[in-house]
Design a protein around this ligand. Structure first.
Ligand code: MBD
Ligand code: FE
Length: 290
């Protein structure tokens, strides 16, 4: 318990609550189930099963292990942790395949905690936060451009991140609905200036199924501190990404395998002498596919 205490909140966050919310948010986003061509289902499902059969043969998986797996898979559903499991251990590969050929700013995984419809904010804005929000002040600024260098006025920087205890609004109890979430519109020169606080590293809930797998395998449960972003502009491809902090813990061992060198910020002390750090990071968006 000692390692968890430093990142605990007053209200006690439970994996099952956070999981239920993530499941609901995903259902709302997805709407009706996507229909996939049967030939494609056959091709991908067969390959996936064959890969699994290969692991069973290679590792000589036993009945006891098979039963442990069955029991664990049932609990993942009961805990609502399928979104968490998939986004931590599978999404990074999907993202690589999806965006390998896209020019412009690097993307990375979305994760389970994006909620559409955050408050709309001006080009320079402070993210919604509590009057007594704990955390080191952080100024995140930059410009959104097309890959040819044209500044994109009226682009949207949709940002969400954890608080100083590593918790996300709407997924942990006792945090105001849109805390540390906002949609900033860039100014006439495509620029934005976001005042917020530095998030803490994120720990996968230890009391749910994902936490059980992590403990059983003797892995650590952490993601490095990060900002999540969706950057978009008319006529351009939306970029879903994350930004990390140079020198931060877990950068080299992110449980979600979502760190890329291009995504590591190097903040410096505020030039104007204000408390905290600042960093400039520009985004370049690819023109939308025809
Ligand atoms: C997170 O905050 C996150 O970004 C991901 C990808 C998975 C779990 C929690
Ligand atoms: Fe996150």
């Amino acid at each position: 318990m000692t390692q968890q205490l430093e990142h605990e909140t007053a209200a006690d966050p439970r994996a099952a609550d956070s999981g239920a919310n993530a499941t609901q948010v995903f259902r709302n986003k997805q709407g009706q189930a996507t229909s996939v061509d049967p030939q494609r289902v056959d091709e991908v499902a067969t390959a996936a099963l064959e890969a699994l059969w290969g692991v069973i043969r290679e590792k000589q998986v036993t009945y006891a292990e098979y039963d442990a797996l069955k029991s664990w898979l049932i609990s993942v559903g009961e805990d609502g942790e399928w979104p968490l499991f998939l986004d931590v251990w599978i999404e990074h590969e999907i993202e690589q395949v999806a965006n390998a050929a896209r020019p412009g700013s690097k993307g990375t995984i979305e994760g389970p905690y994006y909620v559409p419809g955050a408050p709309e904010l001006a080009a320079e804005a402070t993210l919604p936060m509590r009057d007594d929000e704990v955390g080191r002040p952080f100024l995140f600024q930059g410009q959104v451009r097309s890959v040819d260098g044209t500044p994109l006025a009226g682009a949207t920087v949709d940002i969400w991140h954890a608080d100083d205890a590593g918790y996300y609004a709407q997924f942990a109890p006792g945090i105001p609905e849109w805390n540390l979430r906002g949609r900033i519109t860039t100014d006439a020169e495509g620029r934005f200036k976001i005042h917020t606080i530095q998030p803490a590293p994120y720990q996968i809930p230890t009391d749910g199924s994902c936490g059980k797998l992590i403990a059983a395998a003797d892995w650590h449960a952490w993601r490095p501190a990060h900002l999540h972003l969706k950057v978009s502009a008319p006529g351009h491809e939306l970029v879903t990404t994350q930004l990390y902090f140079d020198g931060g813990q877990y950068l080299d061992t992110d449980i979600a395998s979502a760190v890329k060198p291009e995504l590591v910020l190097q903040p410096t002390p505020r030039a104007d002498g204000a408390e905290g750090e600042e960093v400039t990071y520009d985004f370049e968006l690819a023109p939308a596919q025809a």
